[in-house]
Design a protein around this ligand. Structure first.
Ligand SMILES: [Zn+2]
Length: 238
């Protein structure tokens, strides 16, 4: 079976070369990690069986959250942990969706919106369950956030690269980076790191562009350094 790592090893360097300007550091790192996961490049360890003396070499995993090899192990661990918590009764799957109109807000403020979504979804289901007409009791709920990306497999999309300039500020209290594209309504986001901010801005802008490209309402020109004298107190003059 062809693995993602095989594809990344074969086509990765050419892809990175072709998209050099549009790749985030985290995306390059993911490609490197996926290509090198559980290979000699990651280093490894040796184990020897005390009984038969057989020797085995294990290459280390990359632990990148985008690596399917590493994710598969974590997914199996997670499933085992969840299955151990299941109650001896019937379980039902409920799907609650976020209205399409809220997608832009959700991408921009992922932590806040997804936390609110899970909290309110659980509360709504509990309210319904408490009603004697439905369950008349309290439910045990396991909530999982599931982000679905739709592709139209019959249409090959033609992509063009657009470049935008964002103004970035850092909140001195929280350390969070806040960025916005001048003249582009809605094109603002935040992140704990500059990489995260750039990824969030990319998503927000991509989504705003889904409805068609709009001309910028103002054009970024540059910054100016303004010198102003400020009176900060007096010094004695003899
Ligand atoms: Zn890996």
């Amino acid at each position: 079976m062809v693995e993602l790592a095989d594809i990344v090893r074969r086509a990765g360097p050419e892809y990175v070369h072709a998209h050099a300007g549009g790749l985030l550091a985290s995306q390059r790192r993911a490609l490197d990690d996926i290509a090198q996961c559980r290979t000699a490049a990651m280093g490894g360890s040796v184990s020897r069986c005390d009984t038969c003396g057989a020797v085995r070499y294990h290459y280390h995993s990359c632990r990148n959250r985008h690596c399917p090899k590493c994710q598969e192990d974590r997914a199996q661990d997670w499933l085992a942990r969840i299955q151990a918590r299941l109650l001896p009764c019937d379980h039902y799957l409920l799907t609650l969706t976020l209205p399409h109109q809220l997608r832009a807000v959700a991408r921009r403020h992922q932590r806040v919106v997804y936390a609110a979504l899970l909290r309110e979804a659980a509360a709504s289901v509990q309210t319904l369950a408490a009603d004697r007409q439905w369950v008349g009791g309290m439910l045990g709920i396991l909530a999982v956030l599931h982000i679905v990306v739709y592709f139209d497999s019959h249409v090959l999309r033609r992509l063009v690269m657009r470049t935008y300039t964002a103004i970035i500020e850092r909140d001195p209290d929280t350390g969070v980076y806040v960025g916005s594209v001048p003249g582009f309504p809605g094109a603002h986001s935040q992140g704990d790191t500059l990489d995260e901010l750039q990824a969030n801005l990319q998503e927000v802008i991509a989504m705003l562009l889904e409805d068609g490209e709009k001309p910028l309402e103002a054009e970024f020109v540059g910054t100016q350094t303004i010198r102003v004298a400020q009176d900060v107190g007096s010094i004695p003059v003899f």
